[in-house]
Ligand binder design. Structure first.
Ligand SMILES: N[C@@H](CCC(=O)N[C@@H](CS)C(=O)NCC(=O)O)C(=O)O
Length: 200
């Protein structure tokens, strides 16, 4: 399998998942300014959305959308610790978090990464992110991870997008449950290896 990624982008989430399930994979770096891979391929030819992550299977089939790529990977690996079995409520509780993170958190960072958004828009999204993170901090009270005491793909996704708070100067250290959650996930070897591999 090949994972097309950009350093520290949302593609880090399926990258960490690949390391958690321990299957062989290849990383292909994409320059998101030029939309070119390191070998000079036009990335739009592979993914007409122009976005990472993109997963390419050994037979050439392609899958986009990070939240879905993570589900596909853990299902393939039968890792129901990272995403519980189909037809059980805990699975849909993890998926509810995945959807919340994708729709409410991930995209709320967009104004900070595109120059066309003005300061007023950034202020609005700072407020939105602060409200969501205060709520997430409450949800983490008395538990190690979002849905209990075991890591799931939702925790990995939340970790990846919440790292961006540091890049945009969003102060979250007053949220003590969220802060210890971030540290807990950051301490995992798979996470450290993935971040290191992306910075090489
Ligand atoms: N809905 C997509 C969004 C992916 C996305 O926003 N990717 C960003 C990096 S985090 C990207 O590739 N941006 C470059 C572009 O849109 O041209 C997903 O969840 O996978």
């Amino acid at each position: 399998m090949k994972l097309f990624y950009s350093p520290n982008a949302c593609s880090l989430a399926p990258h960490i998942v690949l390391r958690e399930i321990g299957i062989p994979f290849e990383l292909v770096k994409v320059d998101l300014q030029q939309h070119l891979t390191t070998s000079g391929e036009d990335f739009y030819e592979l993914n007409s959305k122009g976005q990472v992550p993109l997963l390419q299977l050994d037979d050439g089939q392609l899958l986009t959308e990070g939240a879905i790529i993570s589900q596909f990977l853990v299902d393939q690996a039968k890792r129901d610790d990272l995403l519980p079995k189909i037809n059980t409520l805990p699975r849909y509780q993890v998926l509810a978090w995945m959807n919340f993170i994708a729709s409410e958190i991930h995209k709320a960072y967009s104004p900070f990464f595109h120059e066309s958004y003005g300061e007023q828009t950034k202020a609005v999204f700072t407020e939105i992110l602060n409200q969501h993170y205060a709520w997430i901090d409450q949800q983490l009270t008395g538990r190690l991870y979002l849905t209990g005491n075991y890591l799931s793909i939702a925790d990995i996704y939340l970790f990846v997008v919440t790292r961006w708070a540091g890049f945009i100067g969003l102060e979250l250290t007053h949220l003590k449950y969220l802060t210890s959650f971030m540290q807990r996930v950051a301490n995992r070897k798979t996470v450290q290896d993935a971040i290191m591999a992306e910075t090489e």
